[in-house]
Design a protein around this ligand. Structure first.
Ligand SMILES: [Zn+2]
Length: 226
């Protein structure tokens, strides 16, 4: 019902996972409750807005990333093709959950999260463990000129776009690579970046907005300190 990564699995004070379509919000809430974790969800808006949480928020927060050192919060990101990213600093006992679509990626959201971790909590990028969850793969993620231009303006486009063999003005975009590059540029160590393989668009046990359109549910991706 959810996918885990061995390197994170073996840390006794962390609970994490990337839900498949069988994992409903209600189901996750029940499982979290048994571990004394409160589900925290954002109103995700494809922004670079990052929230640092000490306790469960009293109002619905808008944004695309959350950080905490508090136990009891299950930071949860919803996706259907976008890339969910979970981050852990074992030294500072600090976690983050990040929603990386192409817009957030072009705004360098993940790099900003790494910087925030360092500014607020004295985290070192070299200490961070990061998991890139399941997202739409580079052979399935077709985008237009507007997306490429957006990355070109930000000086980020190199190697991320492959021209569509049949359709001029269309490209295949490597969302995961774009975010991996940002991590490495920030000083995250390559051996500390883990990736869940699989494409949301190809795998029927994952939700895909591109495949299912408005029918698509949302995958729940989570990390919490116990
Ligand atoms: Zn695919």
């Amino acid at each position: 019902m959810h996918i885990t990564v061995p390197r994170f699995e073996k840390i006794p004070y962390v609970w994490h996972g990337f839900g498949t379509r069988e994992l409903s919000q209600e189901n996750l809430r029940v499982q979290a409750g048994k571990k004394d974790l409160d589900l925290v969800l954002l109103d995700q808006i494809h922004s670079d807005c990052i929230h640092v949480l000490a306790e469960p928020p009293e109002t619905q927060l808008r944004g695309d990333a959350m950080l905490t050192t508090s136990s009891g919060l299950l930071l949860t990101i919803k996706t259907a093709d976008c890339l969910p990213v979970l981050v852990l600093d074992e030294r500072q006992k600090l976690i983050a959950a990040v929603h990386c679509g192409w817009r957030g990626t072009s705004k360098r959201l993940l790099a900003k999260v790494v910087r925030k971790m360092s500014d607020v909590f004295d985290s070192e990028a070299a200490d961070l463990l990061v998991v890139l969850g399941p997202s739409i793969g580079p052979d399935c993620y077709e985008v237009g000129e507007d997306v490429r231009e957006c990355f070109g303006e930000a000086g980020l486009e190199k190697g991320l776009f492959r021209s569509h063999p049949q359709t001029p003005g269309k490209y295949f975009f490597d969302l995961k690579l774009a975010n991996r590059n940002q991590l490495l540029e920030c000083g995250v160590q390559v051996e500390n970046v883990f990736s869940v393989t699989g494409c949301t668009h190809c795998e029927k046990n994952l939700y895909s907005y591109r495949r299912e359109h408005l029918e698509a549910g949302r995958l729940l991706n989570f990390i919490g300190l116990l």
